[in-house]
Structure formats: structure tokens, C-alpha cells
Design a protein around this ligand. Sequence first.
Ligand SMILES: [Zn+2]
Ligand SMILES: [Zn+2]
Ligand SMILES: [Zn+2]
Length: 380
Amino acid sequence: MKLTVNFGQLHHCVQLMGAEEADFELGLAFKDIDPIDAALRDGQELGKDIDLTEIEHSKGVLSYMGRQVMLYIPDQGSNILEVLRNGEEGRRIHIAECSSLEHMRATGRFPRYQVTADTSGYLPVYGINSDNNQSIDDKKAKLFVCKNCITTLNYQGYAIKSGAEKRDIFINFNLAKFFKHYSSYFKSLPKPSGSEKSASYTPDWKEISARLKKQSNYMCEQCGVDLDSEKKLLHVHHVDGVKSNNQNSNLRVLCADCHKKQPHHDHLYIKASDVLTINRLRREQHKFDNTTYNQLIGCADTALEGLLLKCKSSRLPIAELGIAVQYEHTSVSFDLCWPRKKVAVLIDMRNEMLVKKHGWTVFSATQALEQFQDFQRYVR
Ligand SMILES: [Zn+2]
Ligand SMILES: [Zn+2]
Ligand SMILES: [Zn+2]
């Protein structure tokens, strides 16, 4: 259910009273109630084998009813004891539409997969002990990510790295971090099971954060963007992660995008449209110095990192961020574009046709990676 409530009058009263406007967030508390989210997070069976047609993959990463999910096969067969000792021996977790999944679709072996959004990496497994033919059930194993999946997405540059660097990305792969990377594709992110409940902010937190934002003139301390016109995109961050430590030295006023990119912020969910707004303002306010791909990666939506690393290694001309066009009374913000070549990359493809009609060549980030040879011909 979507509620549309106009708080204009309330804000007006707040102003009349001379009080400070404080942020509040609707909806967060209600997320947990959704039975699908709860089942996905806790790795429960959803009551049936998931049909292949119900798993969406048009954006490259997998989703089920609008939620980012993973697929894996719990049945480890006679390998189960090995898998419990060392998860690397187990069947892999799929996070993207990779060549293995395509093959499974083609051979009709897809229904053996279980869908889950449990980002702990410890997933229910079962099998048969081949020594005594006893079935082994009710166990969890630390399973590893599918290498074809991270190649497809060029996650952290996996596809273009070699040797020890590749191994590092694979071994240290963290599902929660991965979900955050692609959060802008989804309406809600799962919380890991057993995560801290409500963070312990002090009762005066609203006043403290409102005062700090005002003192900073509503500018991000990191990238310098002025969010006076979009105050809800300005956050106050606790450097040490302790929500009750409100010492000045522990607090930083950051835009939502810079905040999301701080360490240990795997569960901070920022909408793609908010990143676009911040980049549009950074551009208007000349807060960009994107002359290298590394700088560009620092400002772009994290879901585009794989593509940007590929562009960098292929020495493509630098892309622009924060450009919006207006056609037929509709404003379209490009996640990336090469204006002189009229090539754009969109995360939200809703306006693809409109933009194409006006002479742009449009790719989704996944299409650009999949059809990279084509893509780079347009960009060069
Ligand atoms: Zn895979
Ligand atoms: Zn910032
Ligand atoms: Zn923070």
C-alpha cells in the first residue's frame, strides 16, 4: 500500500513556531512486516520451487518480485561432508544472470534452485553421507559466489584482473556489500538476519543533526555539494559508527551519496534517483573534477562501477555525470553519458524510447557490458 501524505501544512506550522525542521523517515519500520522479505531474508522455503519465469534478470542482477535475490542449490549430494568442512567445495551462489544459469535454463534444470536474500553467506544445505547412506539435513555451510556471475558484472573489475587480485575479489566477496552496490536497482534491500535492531540514537539527535546541517550551510563536507534545495539528501554521519557518540569530532555532514560510500554502511539504501539528483546538483555547482575514471567512479552510482572499470581499462573517452535532458515535457537524467557522441547509459530504462527518438543511443549498464564491442564503437 502506498500512502501519499502532504506534509506542507505541518512544515508551515513548524516554520510559524520558529522551530527547526527535523528529518523523519516513513516506511523503514514497516519493511520487516512483509512476509516475502522475511522469508527471503531468513532463507525459508517460499513454499514451492521457484519457477524460472519468476526470476527477473533484465538488469543483469537477479530479482524476485522487486527484491534483489540470490539463487543456489541446497542439495550438495554425496559431497555434503566436504562442503561442511570447506564451503569452497560447495555449489556456488548465483547473483547475476550468468552463463551457468543460462545453461541451466536451456537444460531445464532450473527448478532445483532455492531463492534467498540471506546475505550472511551461511545457507541451508543437505546431502547424503556416502559412507553410511544417511541423509544429512539441517546444516548450514558458508557457500561461495559463482565466478561466472562476477565476471558477467565485472564486479570490482573481476573480469579484467588476473591471478592473486582475482582470487582476492573471489575470496573476500561479501554478499551484503554486493547488494549495496546494486541497491539502486531495487526498491528495498534485505537486512541480514540477526542485525542490530534500532540504532541507539540519543533523544536529542534530531536537534543536534539539524543544527549541524544548518552550520554547514547544507553542504556536504566531502564533495561540497550544496543541498539547500534538497535538504533530505543531507545526512549526519557518526565516524566511529557509535550512534550515541555525538562529539563534534565524531560527526560529519555528508550528502547521501558520500554517506553511502563510507565504510560499514552496507545497509544504507539510497535510491538511484537520489544519486542522480546529487550528481545533477554537483554538476550545476561545478563540484565535479571528473577528469579521470577513478574520480568518476567515486561520484557515480556504485551499480555502474563494473562498467566504468571496463571503460577505464579499454581507455574509452571519459563519461559525463549529472546531465539531464528535457524532451516533450519529460526530464531524463542520464546515469552516464558521452554528450558529443549522444550515447547514454541508464539504470532506469523507463524513458529509453523517448531519448532514442531524440537521437541518443541508449544502453543499460548490463547491455553495455554484454555488448561491450558495440558499445565502445558508439562511444569512441
Ligand atoms: Zn553464476
Ligand atoms: Zn557528498
Ligand atoms: Zn553514517
